[in-house]
Write a protein that binds this ligand. Structure first.
Ligand SMILES: *Cc1c(COP(=O)(O)O)cnc(C)c1O
Length: 219
């Protein structure tokens, strides 16, 4: 694990991009080992799993939700989650706002944008996201802060296609950053890149790479 982490950290060297270690399905002992190796941002995709690991591990870990989140489960992670990267509907954003308010928190969020060709991936289309940023509903959500965008490239070996999809997301991010300003919109994070494509993502401007199997092996 140490060598794998070092390899990724070398790829990140000199860039402001941060590593989110995707720890889903891995037992607490493995996370503790990653913590010992210096990692502090962990990504999970299931509420119960994240909550159990949060309770078992040191409190300076930043927990990022990266999987599809059901509205009825937001309340369990609202007290501690560091970022919800997988906001894929206005309804979910409204629920996060409601639960964050109960905890007197402002929860950092990323809007998940659908950039892949596969039908199954969750996320806003560019048009849906633009509609959201242009609308007034965001103004009323004072307990969330949208920090940027998250996207997953197509599951393909075609590097040109992956690069093209990341370029598209980076262009959209730059456009929003230039166009929409509000207290609860802070354009700081562009989350793209996984085990197979993080090098391309870094080159295309990613600020958060989400890497699982390249560190922990297959699932
Ligand atoms: C599982 C997952 C990852 C990590 O995938 P690897 O290929 O194991 O690095 C990244 N992002 C999301 C949204 C995931 O669900």
């Amino acid at each position: 694990m140490k060598e794998a982490i070092e390899k990724i950290q070398q790829a990140l060297h000199g860039s402001p991009t941060k590593l989110v270690a995707v720890t889903k399905t891995k037992p607490v002992e493995v996370l503790a080992e990653a913590y010992q190796a210096g990692l502090r941002i962990f990504g999970e995709n299931k509420v119960q799993e994240m909550t159990e690991k949060y309770e078992a591990l040191p409190k300076d870990i930043q927990w990022h939700m990266i999987g599809h989140l059901q509205t009825n489960k937001v309340k369990y992670i609202a007290p501690f989650v560091a970022m919800i990267q997988s906001v894929d509907s206005l309804k979910l954003l409204q629920e996060i706002d409601k639960q964050a308010k109960k905890c007197q928190r402002i929860v950092p969020c990323l809007l998940q944008i659908h950039i892949a060709t596969e039908e199954t991936k969750f996320g806003f289309s560019e048009e849906e996201a633009t509609e959201l940023f242009a609308s007034v509903v965001l103004q009323n959500l004072q307990n969330v802060c949208i920090k940027g965008l998250m996207g997953m490239a197509s599951n393909t070996t075609d590097e040109n296609q992956i690069r093209q999809e990341f370029k598209e997301l980076a262009t959209l991010f730059a456009h929003y950053k230039n166009t929409y300003q509000a207290p609860n919109l802070q354009w700081q994070e562009l989350s793209m890149g996984m085990s197979g494509d993080y090098a391309i993502a870094i080159a295309e401007g990613s600020t958060l790479i989400r890497v699982g199997s390249a560190i922990f092996g297959g699932r």
